[in-house]
Write a protein that binds this ligand. Structure first.
Ligand code: 5GP
Ligand code: ZN
Length: 128
């Protein structure tokens, strides 16, 4: 079954209808550079099919879920952060500041990070 939301920007990227700087692609997932990177490596991994968020993954999506995680390792290798380290983040819902309703993993690396990721600066993407 194929799920495509014509209103969804990430569905359009997956379908090649709007451009993105691809890092990796297979039959299940597409990985591309984030438009507003927060680190030297900032790549998004999305399933080809429209799934709104982590909360809406189902048993039927087990292969897709695994493929996203496997793609994270491939992206880390391709962007040169496999050994230096990287973070894989799924923002999910309002408190996390998820802004695009098509599930995506952020692969972030290439600089030293802090932990925990709060107290948060409640910023909107693209603003400082
Ligand atoms: P979220 O806040 O939903 O976890 O992350 C969405 C991410 O998608 C943001 O980091 C934002 O910069 C990125 N983004 C939004 N629109 C586009 C786009 O059209 N192209 C690319 N490459 N990234 C996008
Ligand atoms: Zn979508």
């Amino acid at each position: 079954m194929s799920r495509y939301d014509p209103e969804c920007i990430f569905c359009k990227i997956a379908a090649g209808h709007i451009p993105a700087k691809l890092v990796y692609k297979n039959e299940h997932v597409v990985a591309f550079h984030d438009l507003n990177p927060v680190a030297p490596t900032h790549v998004l991994i999305i399933p080809q099919e429209h799934i709104p968020s982590l909360s809406q993954l189902s048993e039927a999506d087990t292969v897709i879920a695994g493929q996203i995680l496997l793609a994270a390792r491939v992206v880390a290798e391709k962007t040169g952060v496999l050994d230096s380290g990287y973070r894989v983040v799924f923002n999910n819902g309002p408190d996390s500041l998820q802004s695009v309703g098509h599930i995506h993993a952020h692969v972030i690396g290439g600089k030293s990070m802090g932990w925990p990721p709060f107290p948060g600066r409640e910023i909107l993407h693209g603003q400082d």
